[in-house]
Design a protein around this ligand. Structure first.
Ligand code: FES
Ligand SMILES: [Fe+2]
Length: 429
């Protein structure tokens, strides 16, 4: 039994007061302390590289990044020491290739994205067809020996799309399809309407911390009153009704997971928050500011969003294993990517999809919410390097998780399965 499933000695054999409503117990997880080794051990990180990031389906980008035939973008996966080109064909199909020249291994594409019929390596001008990766042209071909052009295309990588989200898999022949990998999550969260996909705010940063510490920062709202007293707590906790911002729901969906965040129904901007008072929208404000009432209704009508349909709902956080979040609120949605670089280094990318500005007031509203949201996430992530230091000090071998931190426990449980399983089928059980 994995450590994350074990009962704590204090709780063994005794009914805990939160048993009935426990997210942790409902997810079939234990309640004992959880080892911190996965955050602080280079050896564990090597296992994650081989057994998780080389076998799981990994996020690459959105379909909007490939608006037409011959569109392409480059995505680097440092954990797998790889750079990929993702392209769209005239047949509408999305394909992925290693961005590596068949001639002498140079990285072919030097720009982050574009539209072109051919991708040309600048070292000796070998050219590849963008949509299929086939080798098209080789300068001075006659001086090569027994040249087989057909076998010298870009090396393909498995690629598939779910709800407009593009995923890749580094296994030569993936053991499971993307849909099998997504399992119940893929079914529950299918059909959610996504709005505002063309106006994106991107925030990217590198941290001296394990990738899971950054992911954990967005996996529970228990920290809201302490870490975000001025920015988030007034709107996402309540001094009497929900002092510690307990989630409305938190569940495992196979190897993936979600929690629904509480919103304070009595929240109004304070007298001193003059700008926020100007731009605040009670009904559709959500986390990111205003969207149309119609869009807000379409989102909240979906059964997966705020699944208990609690009226005091603010946002849903979904965490697709291993390192990708899609988060929803009535004001729009946003994604997090937590990319491991070393066991104690992470590149984090936050993309916020916001509506197009309709008028001056709307513009002010979006600017306000974008600024405040940036402040909130900086409060989250700047704390992570301190946790890494604490974990690496050797002072503690375990951490103690409460019920609202179920997603963190579930991730460690799933991770442990993947690290120890010989096959993906076994890891998915
Ligand atoms: S390495 Fe790419 S053309 Fe020579
Ligand atoms: Fe936070």
């Amino acid at each position: 039994m994995s450590a994350v499933l074990q009962e704590s000695p204090a709780q063994a054999g005794k009914k805990h007061e939160i048993d009935e409503n426990s997210f942790t117990l409902a997810a079939g997880l234990g309640t004992g302390p959880v080892p911190i080794e996965p955050y602080a051990s280079p050896a564990y990180f090597e296992k994650e590289r081989e057994r998780v990031f080389r076998r799981a389906w990994l996020y690459a980008g959105r379909m909007e990044q490939l608006p037409e035939a011959n569109s392409f973008f480059v995505k680097d996966y440092e954990i797998n020491k790889a750079s990929l080109v993702i392209s769209r064909g005239k047949d509408g199909r999305v394909r992925a290739f290693h961005n590596v020249c068949s001639h002498r291994g140079n990285l072919v594409v030097n720009q982050s994205c574009g539209v072109a019929e051919r991708l040309t390596c600048r070292y000796h001008n070998w050219a590849y067809r963008t949509e299929t990766g086939e080798l098209m042209g080789v300068p001075d071909l006659k001086h090569f020996f027994d040249f087989d052009k057909k076998s010298c295309g870009l090396t393909p990588v498995a690629c598939d799309v779910w709800e407009g989200f593009i995923f890749v898999n580094f296994q030569k022949k993936p053991e499971v399809s993307l849909l099998e990998f997504l399992g119940p999550f893929g079914k529950t969260y299918a059909g959610i309407p996504f709005f505002n996909l063309d106006e994106t705010i991107v925030i990217q940063a590198d941290f001296k911390a394990n990738w899971k510490l950054i992911a954990d920062a967005f996996a529970e709202p228990y920290h809201v009153p302490a870490l975000h007293p001025a920015t988030l707590a007034p709107g996402f906790a309540h001094p009497e009704e929900n002092r510690y911002a307990r989630p409305l729901s938190a569940r495992a969906h196979g190897i993936h997971r979600h929690f629904s965040a509480y919103g304070n129904p009595q929240y109004v901007p304070s007298e001193t928050s003059k700008v926020e008072r100007l731009v605040y929208v009670q009904e559709t404000g959500g986390v990111l500011g205003g969207d149309s009432a119609e869009n807000a209704r379409a989102l909240t009508a979906h059964p997966a969003i705020n699944p208990t349909k609690n009226p005091n709902w603010s946002a849903d956080v979904t965490w697709i294993f291993p390192n990708f979040n899609i988060d929803y609120s009535t004001g729009g949605f946003w994604t997090h990517e937590f990319w491991p670089v070393e066991y104690n280094r992470t590149r984090w990318t936050l993309k916020i999809f916001i509506p197009k500005t309709m008028n001056l007031r709307h513009r002010l509203q979006l600017e306000h919410y974008a600024c405040r949201w940036s402040e909130v996430v900086l409060e989250d992530v700047t704390n992570c390097e301190r946790i890494q230091r604490g974990m690496e000090s050797g002072a503690k071998t375990h951490m103690i998780l409460q019920d609202a931190e179920m997603l963190i426990r579930h991730n460690l449980h799933v991770l442990d399965k993947w690290v120890n399983a010989d096959t993906v089928a076994e890891a998915l059980q």
